[in-house]
Design a binder for this molecule. Structure first.
Ligand SMILES: N[C@@H](CCC(=O)N[C@@H](CS)C(=O)NCC(=O)O)C(=O)O
Length: 206
């Protein structure tokens, strides 16, 4: 075990990396070190001045401070070329799907952050804007999953699965399942994967 992933057990960015590690069978090669990025602990700041998780320190001593960067590193290091990071292999439509699914995570995290502010300085408009973003993106995936049964890549499948699970965990009031029956069915199946089960947030539904 010569690699370390700085993460926590609730971050969706960290989770997509933790799911990918398990999908690739690499979980025993990487030690997961839980840190609180909001407390800016020294061991995280020494590796990532952004004080964000996830961060992967590789066996060769590289320090990768972003979930997309880490996924690209892991996927491009696999033997199976079908599983590469979409942008690395010039598959721009698959890369777009990854970005859109990541945008759902970004919007959901922004809602969570806004709701953590004291009520007197909370901006409902900010929450509404992020909700609108999520509501614009999900129909794209509803259509895609309805037609194809999945996205175009393991990277987008993982990111989408983690994004939807995070919505159910942190913003269940969005009731996204009501208008997206194909995504609903797809997620119900997706969360049964061992990699998703092994990375379930302590208080999350899955
Ligand atoms: N683009 C980054 C975002 C990572 C991120 O924002 N992580 C959150 C945890 S969910 C964090 O560490 N936040 C701490 C902060 O913003 O200070 C990635 O994909 O890894």
């Amino acid at each position: 075990m010569d690699q370390t992933l700085y993460c926590n057990l609730t971050s969706p960015y960290a989770r997509r990396v933790r799911v990918l590690l398990r999908e690739l069978g690499l979980e025993h090669d990487v030690q997961e070190e839980v840190v609180d990025p909001f407390a800016s602990p020294r061991n995280l700041l020494d590796r990532n001045p952004l004080s964000k998780i996830p961060v992967l320190v590789t066996g060769a001593g590289l320090t990768l401070p972003d979930s997309g960067l880490i996924m690209a590193f892991l996927l491009d290091g696999t033997e199976d070329s079908d599983q590469g990071w979409p942008a690395s292999r010039g598959d721009w439509s698959a890369a777009t799907e990854v970005t859109l699914a990541e945008g759902v995570i970004d919007a959901a995290v922004a809602i969570v952050m806004e709701n953590r502010r004291p009520e007197s300085i909370r901006f409902p408009e900010q929450i509404d804007r992020q909700v609108a973003t999520i509501r614009r993106v999900l129909p794209r995936f509803e259509h895609r999953i309805g037609a194809q049964g999945g996205t175009a890549s393991i990277a987008a499948d993982i990111t989408l699965g983690v994004a939807l699970a995070y919505l159910d965990f942190r913003t269940p009031w969005l009731n996204w399942r009501d208008d997206h029956p194909c995504l609903d069915r797809w997620l119900s199946e997706w969360v049964t994967r061992p990699a998703m089960q092994a990375t379930k947030p302590p208080d999350g539904p899955y």
